[in-house]
Ligand binder design. Structure first.
Ligand code: SF4
Ligand code: SF4
Length: 406
């Protein structure tokens, strides 16, 4: 996997904040600078949020790509509703996108409203515990750490992928052009979705042609604008964690946000310590998608804005919108194309005997280390330093505490 996240070495001061925030020990500090171990990264974005030097850099696609298609459509993430309290403010956001050169603007509320219905239906099939599949970082965590839970993931594709298929059909009919003549861009609110599109998670080809970053597009203040926009109220709440809480009278839903909390809950499910649960709604970001690392509004203010916005939407026209497009996609277009496979965990060696030898060495080194996980050596724990020593990327002399004792 190529590096999509870059680190500006000139900005990085090697403070270890990103390394300590990483849930999968995917960062090391070497020669005073942060380094990413791509094979361990689940793209949760914690490192980006925690770096106070803005050393992490992710680049969206170029606007020049918009000229490649006859019709250019942009889809806004569901978290956009955390930025507005009225249709006029949403109109202001649409206007900015028209100014960038897009022919059509859609938001994801229609898709998430339809998806909610589909999920509710799906859950009635059996008594199994399911895990919501909307957050790519949660999926990657399961692939990496809890592969036996992969059959518990709902098989529904990401809303932005389903949305791209849906709006391509709608626009093809409206403009009387072939679907391949329509270019779809997505405005991503988080690293996790950005990478899922770039790496085509769960499919051989993403339905999205370009991805832009939310905080790149809306840097300037947004003016209100009167515009005719249709929003599906039932889909808007999908932006924040807890949308499924009252879905069933059975009270069998756990809603969890923040990747470390998600990890703890998944571990309990993995160890069979949580039973009688129908759905685990899990999001890597605090608050759900409104907490995405490229969003511009405070998570808690966003949640409040969403409620304000929803209060102003007319239920009747919102329901009509959902009804109109209910059958437009074929059944298979709602699901991941490819089965999600386990991701090989970090291997000490491809050879089993070598792995055992290395494991023994790690345990021997660990006995010499203070086991206080201070991170001063540039590895996220004493165990990680022992591993790094065995893998010859560090030496035991990197342990500052041992040095102090000498
Ligand atoms: S948080 Fe990480 S990338 Fe940012 S300055 Fe500190 S060590 Fe460098
Ligand atoms: S994106 Fe998340 S998993 Fe990847 S290096 Fe950053 S903190 Fe670690």
């Amino acid at each position: 996997m190529k590096h999509i996240v870059d680190i500006h070495v000139d900005r990085c001061i090697g403070c270890t904040r990103c390394m300590r925030a990483c849930p999968t020990e995917a960062i090391r500090i070497k020669n005073g600078k942060a380094h990413l171990l791509n094979e361990r990264c689940i793209f949760c974005g914690n490192c980006i949020i925690n770096c106070h030097k803005s050393a992490y850099k992710v680049s969206g696609d170029s606007f020049a790509n918009l000229n490649k298609h006859k019709i250019s459509i942009v889809i806004l993430p569901i978290s956009i509703f955390g930025m507005v309290t009225s249709m006029e403010e949403l109109g202001g956001i649409y206007q900015i996108l028209y100014n960038y050169g897009f022919d059509e603007v859609y938001d994801l509320s229609l898709v998430t409203a339809l998806l909610k219905e589909k999920i509710n239906e799906f859950l009635k099939r059996d008594d199994k515990t399911y895990i919501l599949s909307q957050c790519p970082s949660v999926i990657r965590l399961i692939q990496l750490k809890y592969p036996s839970l992969l059959p518990n993931l709902l098989p529904f594709d990401f809303p932005f992928e389903i949305g791209a298929k849906l709006v391509r059909k709608i626009a093809s009919e409206k403009y009387q052009v072939k679907e391949e003549d329509i270019g779809i861009s997505y405005v991503s609110e988080c690293l996790s979705n950005f990478i899922a599109i770039k790496e085509q998670l769960g499919k051989s080809q993403s339905s999205i042609d370009n991805v832009f970053l939310l905080n790149d597009l809306f840097r300037n203040s947004i003016e209100s604008k009167d515009m005719e926009i249709q929003v599906a109220k039932k889909g808007v709440q999908f932006a924040k964690v807890g949308t499924f809480d009252c879905m069933t009278s059975l009270h069998k839903v756990i809603s969890v946000d923040g990747i470390k909390q998600v990890d703890e809950v998944l571990e309990k499910v993995y160890l069979n310590k949580l039973t009688n649960i129908k759905l685990i709604e899990a999001y890597s970001c605090i608050g759900g998608c409104v907490g995405g690392n490229f969003t511009l509004e405070n998570t808690y203010v966003s949640k409040w804005k969403i409620n304000q916005f929803c209060d102003k939407i007319d239920d009747g026209s919102s329901d009509k919108l959902v009804k109109r497009y209910r059958g437009l996609l074929k059944d298979q277009e709602w699901f991941f194309e490819n089965a999600l496979k386990p991701q090989a965990p970090y291997k000490l060696s491809d050879d089993l005997n070598q792995s055992i030898i290395k494991m023994n060495k790690i345990n021997e080194i660990l006995k010499q280390l203070p086991n206080i996980d201070c991170c001063a050596c540039g590895s996220p724990s004493c165990r990680a330093l022992a591993e790094d020593v065995v893998n010859q990327v560090k030496t035991i002399n990197d342990c500052c505490m041992l040095k102090k004792e000498e």
